[in-house]
Write a protein that binds this ligand. Structure first.
Ligand code: ADP
Ligand code: ASP
Ligand code: MG
Length: 404
């Protein structure tokens, strides 16, 4: 069977007109001899609205009930797509995650797909039907609905491609593919024809919302090639594939930024072996993810300053945990929410000296102060003041000739 997985994101199913349009796209694949399995997200804005509702009921909404609530948007879009296909004369039916079932493990709101039962869907495909599967949701071992993290329909699509052995997996979205940087913020961003899993994973983890990071990990582990393209215009998109398939001379493939970081600095921390562990242990126990870390060398061997970044939504909790931590002593605690992390990403930097210098120099020329730096083999991230984000991205885009 020539199975193809077609995933439609929130804006692609955002209105009835758009649903009619994507139904035609699905029919187009059927006419070409494919057996489409459709994965849909909720209509745009719907999941945000459900999350807002949960918060207005309670700030500590039961995690299991939270997933029942926030997964509800997908039910609406899936039935509308199936309904439209029926209207056009095609056999189609919606499936919620629990009906298939799609099995998951892990915490509510951040679960991962472990297995997808195939029989019902395969039987339906054999009868000529088009299954419309709800993205973003699954079922855990307690028989409760789970969700896969924001943007999690991408992961649903990739795992469907894996379990149903699809020939292709296409992610339809509101932009024409993966760009060198967010095309909705920087006008001269360029569409990338082909990008490696590793680069896409870094770009997504460092803020490029176009693909959910977990979904790229799933794709890489299972060697699923992905095509990201627009459901609005018929143009070639971006292929995400293994490094070996890519011939390119670009040092830097793209630039990402995050806008929800907060910087925490502890001044005058009593320096002793294990101090960093004592600071971070309670944060880790409370599922607070620490991102960038810098510790100054203590000048007098007694005191040091330590800076780290976290998600801004974790700031209040972090402040409380540090203040009540009896295992550490420090003189002052400073926090800053007006920070943003800008990162350049590219496998080409492994073999190219001087990339760090060029990045810092380009920012210095624009008078942009770097607050914290972190690097890995294929990315360099800097923390800067939020007001400088666009200026920094433009300068780096130009420096690494990404608009060419
Ligand atoms: P969907 O609802 O289809 O899943 P998302 O909103 O999750 O779509 O992702 C698409 C959005 O990602 C685009 O509208 C764009 O603003 C944003 N984006 C951020 N960085 C990039 C990038 N490097 N390339 C393409 N889009 C990006
Ligand atoms: N509807 C979910 C969200 O908004 C899943 C997705 O869009 O992929 O996060
Ligand atoms: Mg998305």
């Amino acid at each position: 069977m020539k199975i193809i997985v077609l995933k439609f994101g929130g804006s692609s199913v955002g209105t009835i007109e758009r649903i009619k349009k994507i139904a035609n796209i699905i029919v187009g694949y059927k006419k070409k001899g494919y057996k489409p399995i459709v994965v849909s997200s909720a209509m745009s804005g719907m999941t945000n609205d459900l999350i807002r509702k949960s918060k207005s009921v309670s700030h500590s909404f039961n995690p299991s009930e939270h997933d029942v609530l926030v997964s509800a948007g997908e039910q609406i879009s899936c039935s509308l797509i199936a309904g439209r296909l029926n209207h056009l004369g095609h056999k189609s039916q919606s499936w919620m995650g629990w009906q298939i079932p799609i099995l998951t493990e892990g915490m509510h709101s951040f679960s991962r797909i472990t297995y997808i039962y195939k029989k019902k869907i395969i039987d339906y495909l054999k009868l000529g039907g088009v299954p419309i599967i709800a993205g973003f949701q699954g079922l855990n071992s307690n028989n409760r609905i789970t969700t896969l993290g924001r943007g999690g329909s991408d992961a649903s699509a990739i795992m469907c491609a894996k379990f149903f052995k699809a020939k292709k997996c296409i992610i339809y979205t509101d932009v024409q593919g993966v760009y060198t940087t967010d095309p909705n913020t920087i006008k001269n961003a360029k569409k990338i024809k082909v990008i490696s899993y590793e680069e896409m994973l870094e770009m997504a983890s460092l803020g490029a919302k176009v693909m959910q990071p977990t979904s790229i990990q799933d794709a890489r582990l299972n060697r699923i090639d992905i095509e990201v393209k627009s459901s609005f215009v018929k143009k070639d998109g971006t292929k995400i594939t293994k490094r070996k398939n890519i011939i390119s001379n670009k040092i830097i493939r793209g630039i990402s930024c995050t806008k929800n970081d907060a910087k925490v600095t502890l001044i005058g921390v009593k320096d002793r072996p294990g101090i960093a562990a004592s600071i971070f242990k309670p944060l880790s126990n409370n599922a607070i993810n620490v991102d960038m870390v810098v510790q100054n060398i203590s000048a007098n061997g007694k005191e040091t300053d330590l800076t780290f970044t976290i998600k801004s939504e974790d700031l209040i909790k972090t402040q409380k945990l540090i203040q009540k931590n009896t295992k550490i002593s420090f003189r002052n605690l400073i926090v800053d929410k007006n920070v943003s992390k800008v990162s350049i990403i590219g496998v080409g930097m492994i073999a190219t000296p001087g990339v760090t210098y060029r990045m810092f120099q380009a920012l210095a020329k624009k008078n942009i102060n770097i607050l914290v730096i972190s690097t890995s083999e294929i990315k360099i991230s800097v923390l800067i003041n939020k007001r400088n984000i666009s200026k920094a991205i433009l300068a780096l885009h130009k420096e690494f000739k990404l608009d060419k």
